[in-house]
Write a protein that binds this ligand. Structure first.
Ligand code: SF4
Ligand code: SF4
Length: 295
């Protein structure tokens, strides 16, 4: 695990003020800017939806923003929330898929406006080896990769398909591509000094016994923290009938894996347009507002 002593003072400060990278950061707010609707894989548990202000989970947003609209929303929210420290890009698709140019432009526009804000991005990791160094150069200091397995046979059961370099892959081949790119991308980020978190979705009967191995792999690579999450079955997804692991089972897994490395215990599985502190998400209140109305 990366120890704080190996991180620059600025990175320690940014990490301490990031509500998702340490539980002491709960007084700080983040804004997710939904600028990346497309995705390059289909996870068997995912249904992405827009226009859903009453539903709170990853992949849900009320609208998709252009980079310019994202900047306006950032300015508006920053004026209202002085404790806003983090701009996150969490889809609602994948940040590094087809819409990556919009993601990049959003980061550039906000960076021109605010030299201090922390940029955070989440990805399935498929395109990470292609963009890892560029993201570090853009000043993205915190990146989350969802990697729920490190065995191609297990990973292959998580994705309905993976669309990569003009081909469509399924099963073991999909799993092998995902793991290879997730791990090499993470290694590139870590070598560039980016603080990395790995999200692990617990899928009953598929990966729950394999999770300690995923966590051990993350520790060996130098990942800062892992976040073992429950899969919430979503109607219309391939895993809609897969039972959820219980809170007790998740608790036991987190305790076991906590002996390996630092665990996130306070993830709220936020919307792609979440705004506010983790305890007080105001995205639904602001959903659908036109930036010029509030700016
Ligand atoms: Fe959904 Fe994210 Fe999986 Fe894409 S990578 S299918 S957006 S969960
Ligand atoms: Fe933080 Fe979890 Fe919400 Fe992402 S989904 S912003 S990691 S609390």
């Amino acid at each position: 695990m990366v120890e704080d002593k190996y991180i620059s003072d600025d990175m320690v400060k940014k990490t301490m003020e990031h509500p998702c990278y340490n539980c002491a950061g709960h007084k700080y707010a983040r804004i997710h800017l939904p600028v990346a609707p497309s995705c390059n894989v289909q996870c068997n548990y995912c249904v992405r939806k827009f226009d859903c202000p009453n539903e709170s989970r990853p992949g849900v947003t009320s609208s998709i923003l252009t980079p310019e609209e994202a900047l306006e929303r950032y300015k508006t929210v920053k004026a209202k929330l002085p404790n806003l420290t983090v701009v996150g890009i969490a889809g609602p698709g994948d940040s590094l898929a087809e819409n990556y140019p919009q993601v990049k432009r959003t980061i550039e526009l906000i960076r021109e406006y605010d030299r201090d804000v922390t940029f955070c991005l989440s990805t399935n990791g498929l395109m990470l080896p292609f963009y890892a160094n560029e993201l570090a150069d853009l000043g993205v200091t915190h990146i989350t990769v969802t990697m729920s397995a490190v065995d191609p046979k297990i990973s292959g059961k998580i994705y309905k398909y993976v669309s990569y370099m003009g081909g469509i892959y399924e099963g073991d081949a999909a799993g092998a591509i995902m793991i290879s790119n997730q791990m090499s991308g993470l290694r590139m980020l870590l070598a560039a000094g980016v603080i990395c978190k790995v999200n692990i979705v617990t899928l009953k009967g598929i990966n729950e016994h394999h999770i300690p191995e995923v966590v051990q792999t993350c520790k060996d690579m130098g990942v800062y923290i892992t976040n073992i999450m429950q899969m919430v079955p979503v109607k219309g997804s391939a895993f809609e009938n897969l039972p959820m692991v219980s809170n007790l089972e998740i608790g036991k897994l987190r305790t076991e894996c906590g002996t390996i490395m630092k665990q996130m215990l306070h993830c709220r599985q936020c919307r792609a347009d979440a705004i506010g502190t983790l305890d007080n998400d105001i995205s639904v209140d602001l959903a659908g507002f036109a930036p010029e109305e509030k700016g």
